[in-house]
Ligand binder design. Structure first.
Ligand SMILES: Cc1cc2nc3c(=O)[nH]c(=O)nc-3n(C[C@H](O)[C@H](O)[C@H](O)COP(=O)(O)OP(=O)(O)OC[C@H]3O[C@@H](n4cnc5c(N)ncnc54)[C@H](O)[C@@H]3O)c2cc1C
Length: 483
């Protein structure tokens, strides 16, 4: 069975018993807690999308290992079309759930692993690629939801992993045994790890000789002994827990972007699940290849899907107060479209200019420069987009009462008078709550940092841009001769 239905996925989640802590409580069942349920439902929606024949080209791929149809989230891109469909999947999934699709980091991590383990086997004579392919075939056959853990807690950013006061701020090797390895350490900001079947763990950055104990890539099952997830907790979590009626919320079913801190305390990983152990030279490549894929998808196309939703909500807000034809409103909407479509164009360009890397591996990765452009453009553009949503939505976006208050026998009639405009009060408040979720929620910093803080993309521009060539072009046109 290579493709699971949404219901089959939910059945598997009911059987899992991860050690999950949220807002002062341990979660016994992910589907009982309203916050963890929103994350699981978004993941289930990904299975639902793949079930729909209308989405087949985007959501379903063919396994290069078995020839079977598989969820594209488990596909290794083998050509330009795969890359293009991958970024289209990021767009479609965001448009559908208005939050993280929770399989994106895992998908980009497995593409990096496919390329880098192949290269390690070629150069070092290891068997990592063989192991990785065996695991991948199993993941594909069982249509596993796989998240990706790259970001270490990192501690003092000025220091190398070996110089930190507390070694656990980086995931590290504790013991090498005949049957596998034992690892400890902490990964932070892990999207959807609690409700995924497995998590691919990659090194958090390039490593040097002497840092071998941090050079680890492996896959870990949810619910293994020693693994604890501490979920993010904020005003949106509290509101979801306390509201009593989720239809009141800005994103009723799927919620905000849910992440957790993953704490590894002497977790055992069998050798057949270890894909890099001590080879520091390949950590930089592994992370860079992940980033190439992730900046096109999470950094670029995914946020374009969010922008589509925000633009739709903002237009409704304008219509509901009768300003949709006013020139400055139309101009602001067009600016929102300009910013988001520019990022989509960069994501498409990253796919179209993608290439096999390393040569002979059969793995295709997106173009670095365009992927970084997609991410950096939307990181800045997203603030502008949510600013315009806040502008057009009016103060109501943050000053509104509860939607349910409209039905209160005492205050309801006055509220209906207050908030009726070119549309009834209930419609206005519903849209205001939707825009609150985007513009006054977690999405601004989430978009800024997801797929890497923008300074890393700026750095990549300095590495990838041939400035000398540009200077030469300018000199030639000016008629300046070379000294
Ligand atoms: C919503 C969301 C979902 C995420 N999902 C995942 C996920 O599923 N998996 C995963 O692995 N990660 C995930 N991340 C983590 C994301 O990749 C990181 O947030 C991002 O890489 C930035 O790292 P940081 O948060 O540790 O910020 P920091 O590294 O603390 O950066 C803070 C600031 O310090 C600067 N800075 C940091 N180090 C240095 C330095 N050495 N020199 C100069 N300046 C420096 C940065 O440029 C930035 O301005 C997610 C993040 C968010 C917000």
């Amino acid at each position: 069975m290579a493709l699971k239905t949404a219901n089959e996925f939910l059945d598997t989640i009911k059987k899992m018993k991860p050690r999950v802590y949220i807002g002062g409580k341990w979660v016994k069942n992910l589907l009982d807690n309203p916050v963890t349920r929103s994350m699981v439902m978004a993941n289930a929606a990904m299975y639902g999308l793949a079930e729909d024949p209308a989405n087949k080209e985007v959501m379903v791929a063919t396994s290069h290992l078995t020839g079977e149809p598989i969820n594209r989230n488990l596909n290794v891109a083998r050509n330009i079309h795969d890359l293009d469909m991958r970024q289209e999947m990021a767009l479609l999934t965001s448009q559908t759930v208005g939050t993280c699709n929770y399989r994106c980091v895992g998908c980009d991590a497995l593409n990096s692993l496919a390329a880098t383990t192949w290269e390690m086997d070629r150069d070092l004579g290891t068997k990592y690629n063989e192991r990785f392919n065996k695991w991948l075939a199993y993941a594909q056959a069982n249509d596993l939801a796989v998240s990706g853990a790259i970001t270490d807690a990192k501690g003092d950013r000025r220091k190398r992993p070996t110089q930190q006061d507390e070694i656990d701020v980086f995931v590290h090797l504790v013991e090498k045994r005949d049957d596998g390895i034992v690892v400890s350490g902490i990964k932070v900001s892990q999207s959807g790890a609690i409700g995924s079947h497995e998590t691919l763990v990659l090194p958090g950055g390039a490593l040097k000789e002497g840092e071998e104990q941090f050079a680890l890539a492996f896959v870990v099952q949810n619910s293994v002994p020693g693994l604890t997830y501490v979920c993010q907790y904020n005003a949106y979590s509290a509101e979801r827990e306390m509201c009593g009626d989720e239809s009141e919320l800005g994103n009723p079913i799927y919620g905000q972007r849910e992440t957790s801190t993953m704490i590894f305390d002497k977790v055992f990983i069998p050798w057949d699940r270890v894909f890099l152990c001590g080879e520091t030279k390949f950590c930089g490549k592994m992370v860079t290849r992940f980033a190439k894929a992730h900046r096109m998808n999470c950094g670029g196309a995914c946020k374009v899907g969010f922008a589509d939703l925000i633009i739709g909500g903002t237009m409704l807000a304008a219509e509901y107060i009768g300003v949709e034809k006013v020139p400055h409103i139309q101009e602001k909407i067009i600016d929102m479209v300009r910013l988001s479509e520019t990022s989509h164009a960069c994501a498409i360009a990253a796919a179209m200019r993608g290439r096999e890397e390393p040569k002979g591996s059969g793995v295709y990765l997106p173009d670095d420069l365009f992927g970084n452009a997609a991410k950096l453009n939307i990181a800045h553009g997203f603030w502008e987009i949510i600013k315009n949503a806040g502008d057009i939505g009016g103060g109501l976006v943050v000053t509104m009462p509860r939607l349910k208050d409209l039905d209160d026998p005492e205050v309801g009639p006055a509220l209906k008078k207050a908030f009726s405009a070119a549309a009834p009060a209930a419609k206005r408040l519903k849209v205001a709550k939707f825009l609150q979720h985007w513009s006054a929620g977690l999405h601004g910093p989430g978009t800024w940092h997801g797929a890497g803080a923008p300074q890393t993309q700026r750095f990549m521009f300095t590495v990838l841009t041939d400035f000398e060539k540009k200077k030469k072009m300018a000199k030639k046109l000016m008629g300046m001769t070379e000294e």
